[in-house]
Design a binder for this molecule. Structure first.
Ligand SMILES: NC(=O)c1ccc[n+]([C@@H]2O[C@H](COP(=O)([O-])OP(=O)(O)OC[C@H]3O[C@@H](n4cnc5c(N)ncnc54)[C@H](O)[C@@H]3O)[C@@H](O)[C@H]2O)c1
Length: 446
């Protein structure tokens, strides 16, 4: 294996660590927990570290704290030894590897928040012993792995690459496909020295994937480039939706035709682009320069979409004052129970400004009531109950559970109020229209 940046290590070229090799995963969230479970299933002895007592209690009862396909089954079958703090990993619980998967939010301004990374690294320094390998896996701004190394060197007196190993191995899965993608996506291995690279490569050889060898900063940037590209491509599709609307056209059939049998650069579908990753990850590159860049423009377009839907729906409906509105979808993406940083609460606030009679929220992946991020709560309606008699509808997410919604809003079985306008951001109803009226014959109706 070469440590030359950009070198591709084929599947199976590195021998996986022997069964019983010990690995700690620090931060048992959407990224850390599926990884820890899959490591355990591969025969490693896994120590999970999680500061949230509620998560530790659920895991002690072998219950998943969130939904991720396949994880319930794994949790029932593998052994996960759970700790509250990484400094507890001493003596017989001192692992060969420590993989850090804590959160990396932005501050309120354009600045990364290194709080969780600093806290976990400072705590780790108390238990670090020679020979251990530290792998940062959270999504981070360039040079954050060096920052981690510098803290460990200052606090322990040991040298990275000699007494302990240090690597950056980003997580590139999407929620809902974590287990599948951990075993299929090429794994980026970022390292600054041979020993660290060999150690990190060996650990990830438990998964049958190609490995991409690069530098620490190279690994950090690859992950950011992946997410920023995704965020910008959604912004472009949303910009096309706004342009099409200005010309009295609907974007959905135009994008479908633009992509049809066209061999280059497929256009994304418009939709809400948010969540705990995409928006903050672009902040990680934007904090390093003073100029307005395309990322800010992308942010503005994506952030404008809730406003666009609310005010266009109000215009088409001749106002929403004292009307009953149904809003379908609350989480940040399709078929997940993750509502962090979703744009639907923002949409709800714009709809509230119209002073409607009632807003009925439907989210099949969350319990009733829905707990908002600002301490607010909303009743979680059943689909049919929410739509019955609704005078305006927003389909804000393309959940699989909404696949039958069309018959409730269009045609003879419709249960919404006659003439109710529907904003269908994702073309869930398949009408090809982003806005349509349930009343046949109305301009823009299907
Ligand atoms: N969610 C995704 O789909 C996804 C995909 C790829 C990469 N990422 C990145 O992975 C990282 C983690 O994301 P996530 O969605 O799993 O976040 P998360 O908030 O769901 O999980 C982080 C966990 O770390 C715990 N934690 C924080 N500090 C700790 C400490 N000192 N000791 C022990 N536990 C601690 C938190 O309590 C939390 O449970 C982020 O950098 C994110 O950008 C996320």
């Amino acid at each position: 294996m070469s440590s030359q940046p950009g070198y591709l290590t084929p599947k199976g070229a590195v021998t996986a660590p022997p069964a019983g090799t010990t690995v700690a995963v620090v931060g048992l969230g959407r990224v850390g927990l599926p990884l820890a479970l899959l490591f355990a299933e591969r025969g490693l002895r896994v120590f999970g570290v999680e500061r949230d007592a509620r998560v530790r209690e659920l895991l002690a009862e072998r219950k998943m704290p969130f939904h991720e396909p396949g994880c319930d089954e794994l949790l029932a079958k593998v052994k996960l030894e759970v700790f509250a703090d990484v400094s507890e990993l001493i003596g017989p619980s001192s692992p060969d590897y420590i993989v850090i998967t804590v959160g990396t939010p932005l501050q309120a301004h354009i600045e990364v928040d290194l709080g969780q990374i600093s806290a976990v690294t400072t705590s780790l320094a108390k238990s670090l012993r020679p020979g251990q390998t530290i792998i940062l896996r959270s999504t981070v701004a360039a040079r954050t792995t060096e920052f981690v190394g510098r803290i460990l060197e200052r606090e322990t007196g040991m040298i990275a690459g000699r007494e302990f190993s240090l690597a950056f191995c980003p997580e590139r899965i999407v929620e809902g496909k974590a287990l599948v993608e951990l075993e299929t996506l090429p794994q980026v291995i970022g390292a600054a020295d041979e020993l660290s690279r060999a150690k990190a490569s060996k650990l990830f050889a438990v998964f049958p994937v190609e490995q991409l060898q690069t530098t620490l900063v190279g690994g950090e940037l690859i992950k950011l480039f992946n997410n920023v590209t995704r965020y910008v491509s959604f912004a472009l599709a949303n910009q096309y939706a706004l342009i099409a609307e200005n010309f009295g056209e609907s974007v959905h059939p135009l994008v479908a035709m633009a992509n049809h049998n066209y061999p280059r650069d497929p256009i994304s579908k418009p939709g809400f682009a948010a969540g705990a990753c995409l928006r903050k990850d672009f902040g990680m590159v934007s904090e390093n320069h003073a100029t307005t860049d395309m990322l800010v423009a992308a942010w503005r377009v994506n952030e404008y979409m809730p406003n666009f839907l609310a005010h266009t729906l109000a215009d088409k409906s001749h106002g929403l004052h004292k009307k009953t509105i149904a809003v379908l979808g609350y989480t940040f993406k399709k078929d997940t129970d993750d509502a962090r940083d979703s744009l639907t609460p923002k949409l709800l606030r714009y709809l509230e400004r119209e002073v409607p009679k009632e807003i009925r929220v439907v989210e099949p992946h969350l319990p009733d009531p829905i707990a908002g991020e600002k301490g607010d709560t909303a009743r979680n309606w059943a689909i049919e109950d929410a739509l019955r008699g609704a005078e305006a509808v927003v389909i804000a997410m393309n959940h699989s559970a909404f696949r039958d919604v069309r018959r409730f809003v269009v045609g003879p079985e419709a249960i919404v109020a006659p003439g109710a306008w529907v904003a269908d951001l994702w073309n869930v109803c398949g009408t090809g229209e982003m806005f349509f009226s349930s009343k046949p014959g109305v301009v823009g109706g299907p």
